[in-house]
Design a protein around this ligand. Structure first.
Ligand code: FES
Length: 169
């Protein structure tokens, strides 16, 4: 990326490795309530939680695969596929809703063909929902990689998408 993308910070891009995943699972399996720590550790290591680990975790923790799958599905934080090189988390909690965040969600879909929870076709940008970034006074708020953004509007959003995807002319 060129100089105009200096503010964007690349997201770690790890490939899933079954042996390494097993080591991570084993390392955390002794903890009380080990399921969530295991899932967080896997996501931290690989950037997402691959469905292949579900039966492994279920076997080690002696719980059902449905239990493991249910927890992964319940928490928005867990990704089911690798993220794009950049991640934009758009807040959709109460204050940001009151300030129009849903119109930004619609704008992403209609203008950039980006659906929440998904990554653009080039693998450059993932857009995700979060519920309160603690930046309510500057709603609508978002987090681009590690950069907090306030008073987000369609113009700022366009610039973010263009920078992240390298589409800016
Ligand atoms: S509700 Fe969006 S930052 Fe708090």
């Amino acid at each position: 990326m060129g100089p105009k993308h200096d503010k964007l910070q690349l997201v770690a891009d790890s490939k899933w490795d079954d042996a390494q995943a097993l080591a991570v699972i084993t390392e955390h399996s002794h903890l009380d309530g080990a399921l969530l720590p295991i899932l967080h550790a896997l996501q931290e290591t690989f950037g997402y939680v691959d469905a292949r680990c579900v039966p492994v975790i279920a076997g080690i923790l002696n719980v059902s695969k449905a239990d493991v799958h249910g927890v992964i599905s319940f928490y928005h934080d867990f990704r089911h596929a690798p993220a794009g090189r950049h991640v934009l988390k758009l807040c959709r909690a109460e204050s940001c809703q009151a300030m129009g965040c849903e119109s930004l969600v619609d704008h992403l879909a209609s203008t950039h063909c980006l659906t929440m929870g998904e990554t653009d076709a080039t693998g450059a940008l993932t857009v995700e929902t979060v519920y309160c970034l603690g930046n309510c006074a500057l709603s609508p708020a978002a987090l681009l990689d590690n950069e907090l953004i306030g008073r987000l509007d369609a113009t700022k959003l366009d610039a973010i998408v263009m920078d992240a995807t390298g589409m800016r002319s």
